[in-house]
Design a protein. Structure first.
Length: 305
């Protein structure tokens, strides 16, 4: 890891590029746009991306750069040259190998600071050879960043997106039917952060202090057990039907179908390693920054489900 921090003086206007404008990318772009510090804000999107219309209408001040994240790193790097901060909000949409290719492009471009697509669990704790092969590439990205000194970097660990926890297709919670499933055990813990909080806290990490931190930074909207999730839903007045998906059940599903993507993801939380951290120990917890708890999220969103 680099031994010093990138300092952007309070009088300078940082040039920031966000890669992608999906749910998370838009949240980050909005938070950066709303911050009191002026920034030169750009977003890299495919020419065919439906997000171009969203950005143009919602954030007309953001410059849209048309480019393809599937390009070889040497070609992709030409889009990144000259930026003080590059934030990768692309997810895994560009396919396997994309995150390694993008980090190599950022290093080749010598960007001031790179924030990789690591908005998730603690990949160092989970380690290699987990049930989700994509996580090994996340560790490859960390190895690449730690092995060099030219580009500063910050990894922002968020836990599970709150919106994904409540997404019926994720298979854990259906607010319409009242089904709530725990992975592994009702006592297993889960850290969640809402996309809006990720945008707000990423912006705070990068712009609120004179120097952004190097290395891994932990944030969270809430940390609780699966039982705590069920209880939060019950506090909204909904009846809850509880089910447990065991580690053994998930392992059996993978034995029968090694390509079962949902079982791969669910096993990560069922095994209960690297998926939760104390709220008081997070970036926002230490600074008393107001975030969206599970109760807050449910008050806002349960009526929409």
């Amino acid at each position: 890891m680099a031994s010093s921090t990138l300092t952007i003086t309070t009088t300078s206007t940082p040039r920031i590029l966000v890669l992608g404008a999906g749910e998370l990318g838009l949240s980050i772009l909005r938070a950066l746009s709303d911050h009191s510090r002026p920034v030169e804000l750009s977003v890299l999107l495919r020419a065919s991306s439906s997000s171009i219309c969203s950005v143009s209408s919602q954030l007309p001040q953001v410059r849209i750069i048309q480019g393809d994240l599937t390009l070889p790193s040497a070609e992709l790097s030409t889009y990144l040259v000259g930026f003080d901060i590059v934030i990768n909000a692309s997810g895994f949409s560009a396919g396997q190998g994309s995150q390694t290719r993008i980090v190599q492009a950022a290093l080749r471009a010598k960007v001031g600071r790179y924030i990789p697509w690591q908005f998730g669990v603690d990949y160092d704790v989970i380690g290699r050879g987990s049930s989700q092969p994509l996580f090994d590439e996340q560790l490859d990205v960390r190895d690449v960043l730690r092995a060099q000194l030219d580009v500063k970097w910050t990894i922002i660990s968020t836990g599970l997106f709150t919106s994904l926890l409540f997404e019926p297709t994720f298979g854990l919670i259906n607010l319409d039917s009242g089904i709530v499933r725990a992975l592994g055990s009702w006592d297993n813990r889960v850290t969640v952060t809402s996309p809006d909080d990720i945008g707000k806290l990423t912006t705070s990490i990068l712009l609120d202090e004179e120097s952004a931190p190097d290395g891994v930074v932990y944030i969270a909207s809430d940390t609780t057990t699966f039982n705590g999730v069920a209880q939060a839903i019950e506090r909204t007045g909904k009846n809850v039907q509880r089910e447990v998906i065991s580690v053994e059940e998930l392992e059996e599903r993978l034995r029968k179908d090694p390509e079962d993507k949902m079982a791969r993801y669910h096993l990560i939380w069922a095994r209960n390693h690297g998926v939760a951290w104390e709220l008081k120990d997070t970036w926002n917890g230490k600074r008393g920054i107001r975030v969206e708890s599970l109760d807050d999220y449910l008050k806002t969103n349960s009526s929409k489900k």
